[in-house]
Ligand binder design. Structure first.
Ligand code: FAD
Length: 168
């Protein structure tokens, strides 16, 4: 059977991006499918925005203690809308950087939700209209869709040794 791609990667997060780029650099014909924004949890919702917000909080803490170092700071205002605007701009700058590097490596980007039809074929569903946009096939398919947090039952955390310590 003839396939359109050597590799299809489902999910353009840290894992999917690294795998797609590496395969393309080895000469593979690669496609990547992303249901949301290119960059995944780390760039869009996790590491990057979290760190920027932590830096903002730390800056405020340093300013609060700056008078002890002889620095007068009067009338500091925190405007959350400025911080959030800048965080969103940085996130979208990084997402675009990834998009451009995928393009430079001739990786075909499909925007939408990837769904298996057969073990070598996927359909791409438009995230807004829920309609099927494309059908693509590949010799190899890498599932790199991240994960979701789940609530584990309380009994999972019962560690007998800790209970013994409590009763000593
Ligand atoms: C708040 C927060 C802070 C974090 N901070 C750090 C940190 O400081 N340092 C660190 O090392 N790690 C951090 N992490 C963890 C890090 O973000 C993840 O380990 C990493 O993003 C996992 O990458 P991934 O490619 O496996 O999944 P993801 O980045 O989640 O990528 C999966 C992608 O697949 C897409 N997708 C899912 N299903 C489909 C489908 N059917 N079709 C098409 N696309 C699909 C999703 O939209 C998503 O973009 C943090 C996570 C969070 C939530």
């Amino acid at each position: 059977m003839e396939f359109e791609f050597d590799l299809i990667v489902v999910g353009a997060g840290s894992g999917g991006l690294a795998a797609a780029k590496r395969a393309a650099r080895y000469g593979a014909k690669v496609a990547i499918i992303e249901a949301n924004q290119i960059g995944g949890t780390c760039v869009i919702r996790g590491c990057v925005p979290k760190k920027l917000m932590v830096y903002a909080a730390k800056s405020k803490k340093n300013m609060d203690s700056s008078e002890g170092y002889g620095l007068k700071n009067e009338g500091i205002n925190f405007e959350s809308n400025i911080l959030l605007k800048n965080v969103r701009e940085e996130v979208s700058r990084l997402s675009n950087l990834h998009r451009n590097s995928l393009k430079k490596l001739n990786i075909t980007i499909f925007e939408g939700l990837g769904r298996f039809i057969t073990q070598n074929e996927l359909e791409i569903i438009c995230s807004n209209t829920k309609k099927i946009k494309n059908k693509i096939s590949s010799k190899k398919i890498l599932i790199s869709v991240g994960c979701k947090a789940i609530v584990i039952s309380k009994s999972f955390f019962v560690i007998p040794a800790f209970n013994e310590i409590d009763t000593i």
